[in-house]
Design a protein around this ligand. Structure first.
Ligand code: HSE
Length: 302
């Protein structure tokens, strides 16, 4: 692969866990960030959109950390890079903004420098930077992904969701830091709860692939993380219940939250409005947004 002078990568938002599939399941959504990397004399960072006032402007920027990790995996020294980011994915809301940055950095630098990393190697690097695979896998590969992180590598299957499913997200105005949401989880869970989740995580995958979406209401229930995170997201349980009452097939906390993602056939305006109202009843201001599913993952656009 030959090296290039500048590369733009478009990377989708993601929703991870899908209820019971903690650190395993993820789905790419039709909302995209753009990451542009170019060789430069000195490092520079330009950010438009979400995070323009808060994200790092130095080598600690997640895109550049990931680009450096990709170079290290390929045995190369990273050159100084000019980064330009156009961000549409809200930060720290459970929609995969950090995964989009990480995957954008890896795919971008691989193309820019001709590193020649395979998709499997990129996934390993992205997971090492992010700490868990379930957002970076759909950001990289698109569609529905099932991940299994071993001690040495990340095993992944990418699957197509059957046609006819759409997603509405209700995005609270506040942020939840993933590391805090992970700290809220217990070290040990009851065996019955583990069994509850493994039945449902398997059923989520089967229902999404077969198109038997009516199963999602039960299949997206979770006992391994949502109950322990409820105090971080006032109105979470109410928003999930309201989505189901308004006709959604299934709903769950998106990643580590605070966003709730609901899935239905059709437009979903009523589901979005019901979730926003339920959040408001618990004192949480949220906005609803209808998002397509994204069969495509990270894509080089220039
Ligand atoms: N599986 C991760 C978690 C996703 O729930 O902590 C983070 O977005």
């Amino acid at each position: 692969m030959s090296a290039r002078t500048g590369v733009t990568v478009q990377v989708p938002a993601t929703t991870a866990n899908l209820g019971p599939g903690y650190d395993c399941l993820g789905l790419a959504l039709g909302l995209h960030n753009e990451v542009t990397l170019a060789r430069a004399g000195t490092l520079s960072v330009e950010i438009q959109g979400e995070g323009a006032d808060s994200l790092a402007r130095d080598a600690s920027h997640m895109v550049l950390v990931a680009a450096a990790a990709a170079c290290a995996a390929a045995g190369r020294e990273p050159p100084p890079l000019a980064l330009r980011q156009v961000n549409r994915i809200p930060l720290a809301r459970g929609l995969g903004s950090s995964s989009a940055a990480i995957v954008g950095g890896i795919v971008g630098v691989d193309e820019l420098l001709g590193l020649g990393l395979t998709a499997r190697q990129m996934l390993d690097v992205a997971t090492a930077v992010e700490g868990h695979p379930d957002n970076v896998a759909p950001a990289l590969l698109g569609g529905l992904t099932v991940c299994c992180a071993t001690d040495d590598e990340v095993l992944v299957e990418r699957l197509e969701v059957a046609p006819g499913l759409s997603c509405v997200v209700a995005i609270p105005e506040f942020e939840v830091a993933t590391h805090e949401a992970r700290r809220a989880l217990p070290d040990i869970v009851p065996h019955a709860d583990a069994v509850f989740n493994l039945c449902r995580a398997s059923l989520v995958v089967a229902a999404l692939v077969s198109g038997d979406f009516a199963q999602l209401g039960e299949a997206m229930r979770d006992r391994l993380h949502q109950p322990y995170r409820a105090h971080l997201v006032p109105g979470m349980a109410e928003a999930i219940a309201a989505a189901l009452d308004a006709g959604a097939h299934g709903a769950a906390l998106s990643g580590s939250g605070p966003t709730v993602a609901a899935f239905m056939a059709g437009g979903g305006e009523e589901v979005g409005a019901a979730m926003v109202k339920a959040f408001a009843g618990a004192g949480t201001t949220a906005v609803a947004s209808a998002l397509a599913l994204s069969p495509e993952g990270a894509r080089i656009v220039t």
